[in-house]
Design a protein around this ligand. Structure first.
Ligand SMILES: NC(=O)c1ccc[n+]([C@@H]2O[C@H](COP(=O)([O-])OP(=O)(O)OC[C@H]3O[C@@H](n4cnc5c(N)ncnc54)[C@H](OP(=O)(O)O)[C@@H]3O)[C@@H](O)[C@H]2O)c1
Length: 430
């Protein structure tokens, strides 16, 4: 029987939960028309009943007992926006066992337990919707599942962490030091008080797990992804990258190659004319290459109450259509194939290297020999300046297997004329 009202239990009323409530209020009629039913939040789970809330609600709606939502037969759909992988997982499992649809914004949970949860949903003839888990307000999950479904996805290249992109933009545009840019990101609410998950690339890797699963139709574990963060990037590298015609970005990369999947998150120099180079500040973008569609790019705000709430409410509209018209969102993401992941040292990459050497004749020749012996060819080499008898040298290689570059680097490090390796970064070739 068609339902006039779809009843929602909201788990969490923080940034995202409040955004969901605001959108349901602000766009009530439009949401109702599109969903084909009114969407009504019946109960909201929080930890603290007395906390001041940014949205006007009837305090009777609040509860600290999850059973008020999970065991209420009137509630059709549970929206999980509490975060973490403990209570959130238990509540989602309980909701599915009680035949409720689930909407979540939780990337950590979907990356680490998504496959199990989706299988549980299928067992109970329900589904989990997780558009908000990657890219906040940018539609990414639906395009990968549906709109690009006719393609074999060849490559994903994404800026999917707003905090690091904000810091790198500030370092580039305003010549800020890393620490100053981080402090500003924290002051403006773009970085958490403990920003380690963002800075170390873990947050982007969780999101890459989810995107790669959908793009390459296989199960991807967090451990399969090579992860390197941005803490080692200096203002000097950002400056030299600019001089060489590149921007430095933290990239999440997934690629289906002949010998398997390449899955990695690391900072990289990207040519200034690549569309991702002009994704600035807290914005996110995903560049997707399909074998039929060619190159596409999705761009926008990757976090925040309303952008993330926008994705959650869109999922609620899908749930309502599913309940009333059996318009299924697809469970293809549980029919995964097994695919091998290529170890990082067997992947091809070009490299940027900045080092300090004794300013004397023959240094360039030694570098050239070390690279030549490892069959690494050089694209650009610059001697930047000489201070106190020390020269700063910046060079960029052509793409090689990483182990060949590492071999050359070991020889260079052991040379008495090389005083310091300042930085090594991967390069997306022009
Ligand atoms: N913030 C963003 O822009 C954004 C973007 C994309 C995805 N996400 C994801 O969305 C989820 C929520 O993020 P958020 O930023 O909205 O978090 P948040 O502001 O910290 O809000 C969390 C909410 O959950 C409640 N809560 C937490 N643990 C609970 C527990 N064990 N039992 C009951 N209630 C609990 C809190 O209650 P109290 O209010 O009483 O403390 C709070 O209302 C996370 O998975 C996050 O990764 C967030």
């Amino acid at each position: 029987m068609r339902k006039e009202i779809i009843k929602v239990g909201l788990l969490g009323m923080g940034t995202v939960g409040s955004g969901v409530l605001k959108i349901l209020e602000m766009n009530r009629e439009q949401v109702k028309n599109r969903a084909g039913a009114a969407i009504e939040v019946k109960k909201i789970l929080v930890r603290d009943l007395h906390k001041k809330r940014p949205v006007n609600i009837d305090r009777q709606q609040l509860t600290t007992d999850p059973r008020d939502i999970l065991h209420d037969p009137e509630i059709d759909v549970v929206v999980e926006v509490i975060g973490g992988t403990g209570d959130s997982r238990r509540y989602i499992e309980e909701a599915l066992r009680h035949k409720k649809f689930v909407v979540t914004a939780n990337k950590d949970l979907m990356a680490t337990a998504g496959t199990d949860l989706l299988l549980l949903a299928r067992e109970h003839n329900r589904n989990i919707y997780y558009e908000a888990s990657v890219g906040g307000g940018i539609p990414l999950i639906r395009p990968l599942k549906h709109s690009l479904g006719a393609n074999r996805i060849i490559r994903l290249l994404g800026i999917i962490n707003g905090t690091t992109n904000y810091i790198l933009t500030k370092m580039s545009m305003e010549k800020m030091e890393f620490e100053t840019a981080l402090a500003e990101a924290q002051a403006r609410g773009f970085a958490e008080q403990d920003p380690s998950s963002d800075l170390e690339g873990k947050d982007a890797a969780y999101k890459l797990c989810i995107l790669a699963m959908l793009a390459f139709n296989c199960h991807v574990r967090f451990e399969d992804i090579y992860v390197q963060g941005i803490s080692g990037i200096s203002k000097r590298d950002v400056f030299y990258a600019g001089e060489l015609g590149f921007a430095i970005k933290l990239l999440a990369i997934g690629e289906e190659m002949e010998k398997g999947l390449a899955l990695k998150v690391h900072p990289a120099l990207i040519p200034l004319d690549h569309p991702l180079a002009s994704v600035y500040y807290e914005n996110n973008a995903l560049f997707v290459v399909g074998n039929a569609v060619g190159e596409t790019m999705f761009y926008g705000l990757g976090a925040g109450a309303l952008p993330t709430g926008s994705s959650v409410v869109a999922d609620l509209i899908d749930v309502a259509r599913n309940i009333n018209h059996q318009v299924e969102n697809g469970v293809m993401e549980t029919d995964f194939q097994a695919k091998s992941v290529v170890p990082i040292d067997e992947l091809p990459s070009a490299f940027y290297l900045r080092l300090q050497a004794v300013d004397q004749p023959g240094v360039f020749a030694r570098l050239a020999t070390a690279f030549g012996d490892a069959r690494v060819s050089l694209d650009m080499i610059l001697q930047k300046r000489s201070v106190g008898g020390m020269a700063e040298i910046v060079l960029v290689t052509h793409a090689v297997e990483e182990k060949s570059f590492n071999l050359a680097l070991e020889t260079i490090k052991s040379s008495p004329v090389i005083k310091k390796i300042n930085s090594v970064l991967r390069v997306i070739e022009k």
